[in-house]
Ligand binder design. Structure first.
Ligand code: GUN
Ligand code: ZN
Length: 438
């Protein structure tokens, strides 16, 4: 449970001001070797050198000394599937077989709210033990699963985004809704949860293959009627998926044209994968301000392809990075950055560790249009914070003996680190790594 007591966290602070333009873009970040955060009522009240913050704090303020560890903003995962906690690590063929053989059967179990509640506890524990303080999740098509998800988020005071998956064809009958009841249920859930505490709703048509035109139209109406909510879906992940989409929507110019035609694109639209994009689609992504979400462990695991960050960003497209568990293979944003680095290496694109840590924090917060609240250690923002130990394992400690710079340390963390490198995760100022509420 959250404790709202005023406290000071002392340690080595790292937070970003902007996307690093290169290895020596010192202005893009702020680093304080002996720094401190003053936290009160779930917010960061002050950030600065320890000596200054401590002298300004009320006498008797609790001091939690995390030296010599790094204190960074909590990680943000911009695409994950809550009902796939028991799908992760399933030996399957590529996307469509994986969905039919493992994913849909697992999601069917969420008809039972008791199952949803149990998995929600495990899911949130997994996020926090890996240093993730905000995630954008697909729930199942059962409204119950959305309640289970947001109830657990509320109990932990976490800023979470999520929504009911809308799907009315090409899936088991018991997982399918209809255009009308998916609209009605999404609207009810949205009105119940969006803006309650820290909850944000995302309208969630799974992808073009599992929605009729009538359902995509309903999703467009929900967005129109509720301009503050997000939209999440999948696109251009797999060649068979793209061919089937073309058969189902022969009138559309291309895959993105389907979503464009139903008014689903905009600055709060999060499009998972974006691997096989044509030039027209890139132009539409840019014009609409839609976000392309890179899911490296999933793209490798399902053999989907390589996300071309340089091409997307050269086209002026906003990007984010995510785990995509259960197609993704790890809850850790550190593991995700490591695999993302390798995917870009294969394309001769160099991803600097400063850019990696920017991406998993402020970059993802900007992609969600939530950087006034999360993604930095700036005063006035929510106190979602993670403490990292670059010597968490013996191989890491051995490698750290020769590390001389902050960037090198970050690279050790992302290349060798996982949940063992997470010393503590603070949610709205409360230590939350160990386990959630009973
Ligand atoms: N496309 C449609 N549904 C899914 C899903 O659950 N995971 C992934 N990776 N792609 C999808
Ligand atoms: Zn996904």
């Amino acid at each position: 449970m959250s404790d709202k007591k005023t406290k000071i966290l002392r340690g080595r602070l790292l937070t970003f001001n902007d996307a690093p333009k290169g290895a020596d873009d010192w202005d893009s970040y702020s680093y304080e070797e002996d720094g401190a955060l003053l936290i009160s009522n779930g917010k960061i009240e002050e950030r600065g050198p320890y000596s200054v913050v401590a002298s300004n704090a009320p006498t008797g303020t609790e001091i939690i000394d995390h030296r010599p560890h790094l204190i960074v903003p909590g990680f943000i995962d911009t695409h994950i599937h809550f009902p796939q906690a028991q799908v992760i690590a399933s030996w399957a063929d590529q996307l469509l077989d994986w969905l039919n053989d493992y994913t849909f059967p697992a999601e069917l179990k969420f008809a039972d709210k008791t199952h949803g509640k149990r998995i929600a506890k495990e899911f949130f524990d997994a996020l926090l033990s890996h240093g993730t303080t905000t995630a954008v999740a697909y729930c199942s098509s059962h409204p119950n699963s959305v309640d289970a998800y947001f109830e657990e988020a509320e109990a932990r005071d976490m800023l979470m985004i999520g929504g009911k998956t809308m799907m009315d064809r090409n899936a088991p009958a018991d997982l399918c809704d209809t255009a009308q009841n998916s609209y009605d249920d999404s609207k009810k859930l949205l009105e119940k949860w969006h803006g309650r505490g820290r909850a944000h709703y995302a309208v969630t048509p799974r992808f073009a293959i599992t929605s009729t035109p009538a359902q995509l139209e309903a999703a467009g109406s929900l967005l129109n009627e509720h301009p503050g909510v997000h939209l999440q879906t999948h696109i251009n992940e797999n060649h068979n998926e793209i061919s089937l989409t073309k058969e189902l929507f022969p009138e559309a110019a291309d895959y993105l044209g389907v979503y464009e035609g139903f008014g689903l694109l905009g600055p709060r639209s999060l499009l998972g994968h974006c691997i096989h994009m044509n030039e027209r689609e890139l132009g539409v992504m840019r014009e609409t301000g839609s976000v392309a979400v890179f899911c490296p462990t999933s793209n490798l695991f399902l053999g989907s392809g390589l996300f071309d960050k340089a091409r997307l960003e050269a086209s002026g497209i906003r990007t984010a990075i995510a785990t995509d568990v259960g197609g993704g293979t790890n809850y850790s944003m550190l593991r995700t950055l490591d695999e993302g680095y390798k995917v870009l290496q294969l394309q001769r694109q160099r991803l600097h560790p400063l850019t990696c840590f920017y991406w998993a924090t402020l970059g993802n917060a900007k992609a969600l249009s939530l950087s006034d609240w999360i993604g930095t250690l700036d005063a006035g923002t929510d106190a979602d914070v993670v403490v990292l130990d670059a010597r968490a394992t013996r191989p890491m400690a051995l490698r750290m003996e020769t590390v001389e710079t902050l960037s090198e340390e970050l690279f050790v963390l992302q290349t060798l680190g996982d949940d063992r490198a997470i010393v503590e995760t603070y949610v709205a100022g409360s230590a939350a790594k160990q386990s959630g509420p009973e």
